[in-house]
Design a protein around this ligand. Structure first.
Ligand code: M6R
Length: 365
């Protein structure tokens, strides 16, 4: 049931404040200001030497953001790869490592094969899954549910932000267990995450502004998305969403890679969407952006007030986000990225909920 929405995707985008709230309530103890696992579960990250992750598509991008978090907040090294490569790589794995798979459907063939590879090697298997009765959930030792509810649109939206919410919480938990985060630091991170549902609502309020950008973007034959750090996986996700929904060719790049090749593409016909909250590495991204501007590139900057001021760009070239703490930013910046792809597709008249050639769950390799 689409309710009052035109598409399942629109409904699912708008459900995010609620379903992220449901998900976080399982992983955060707000009274104690601590991260936790769902009741009845136990997980121990303390002695791990490495976390091995694998997934496909959007779920893989959630894992990539998770990598930054586990490494930063828990000093836990992460190896991550797309499941279709992972399963054939013959990655050496060792006791003392944990494997973590991420999947909305819990039925993705390559992700399942990667899980079985790690299981056969004797690793403890964790799975962040949205469908609790799925094969991946059944075969995992530790199931970390996302409480996104059924996701019908082929393009993953609310499952992604719920996956990010679980991974952020687990990284904080791991940080405490590994003696990296102090109680105060944990309390601060948990407090920041607890604000995500309200902040997601604020980000959704940008929809009218984003809808106005759709006609301009729809005329492009290619779009480049740039970001650094946790905004880099978001650039990949933004490009995937746009391709899936509008069939416009798009690529996500780490902003620092620009001068290693893609800068050759820049001209007045190539929109460049820059994802850059005003964080520790903002200045670096701005200098990449200036390289684009100097070559006549069309920039759309997604940033906050401070970032906008420092950018020197005109209002029409930016989407203004609320100021966010670092751990929250990737979750909330997902929303304008989803809305851009959605509105470009609606404007172009493509089949938003069932794009051509795609299946919701990829059970063949
Ligand atoms: O069900 P899964 O999370 O395992 O699916 C993984 C990918 O097939 C999925 O995220 C796909 O990339 C989506 N269509 C992205 O919107």
């Amino acid at each position: 049931d689409k309710g009052n929405y035109r598409h399942f995707m629109a409904k699912e985008i708008h459900e995010q404040p609620e379903v992220i709230g449901h998900t976080l309530s399982r992983y955060l103890d707000l009274a104690a200001r601590k991260a936790k696992v769902p009741d009845g579960m136990a997980v121990d990250f303390s002695g791990l030497t490495r976390l091995v992750m694998s997934a496909c598509g959007t779920a893989y991008y959630a894992g990539l953001v998770g990598k930054y978090w586990f490494e930063k907040y828990a000093r836990l090294p992460v190896e991550i790869d797309i499941a279709s490569e992972f399963r054939y790589r013959e990655l050496p794995v060792n006791p003392g490592e944990m494997a973590l798979f991420i999947s909305q459907s819990g039925e993705t063939a390559d992700t399942l094969a990667s899980l079985r590879y790690c299981k056969a090697a004797g690793l403890t298997i964790g799975a962040v899954v949205n469908v609790p009765e799925s094969t991946i959930a059944r075969e995992a030792d530790l199931v970390f549910p996302t409480i996104a509810g059924p996701e019908i649109g082929v393009a993953s939206t609310k499952a992604f932000t719920c996956q990010l919410s679980v991974l952020a919480s687990l990284a904080i938990l791991a940080g405490r267990q590994r003696g990296v985060l102090t109680a105060d630091q944990e309390a601060e991170l948990v407090g920041a995450l607890s604000e995500v549902p309200g902040l997601a609502l604020k980000a959704l309020a940008l929809e009218a502004r984003i809808e106005k950008l759709a006609p301009g973007l729809s005329r492009a034959s290619d779009v480049l998305y740039l970001g650094r750090s946790t905004s880099y996986p978001l650039a990949l996700e933004g490009a995937l969403k746009l391709k899936e929904l509008s069939y416009i060719h798009a690529e996500g790049y780490a902003a620092g890679e620009l001068k290693h090749g893609p800068i050759a593409l820049i001209d007045e016909n190539l929109p460049v969407i820059v994802i850059a909250p005003h964080d520790a590495i903002y200045e670096k991204t701005v200098s990449n952006m200036q390289e684009v501007a100097a070559r006549g590139g069309r920039i759309l900057l997604i940033t906050d007030e401070k970032g906008a001021e420092a950018s020197g760009l005109a209002d029409r070239d930016r989407i203004l986000m609320p100021a966010l703490s670092e751990i929250v930013a990737p979750i909330i910046y997902s929303i304008p990225i989803q809305l851009i792809a959605y509105h470009v597709a609606v404007f172009m008249g493509t089949d938003v909920d069932q794009p051509r050639n795609l299946a919701k769950s990829v059970t063949v390799e």
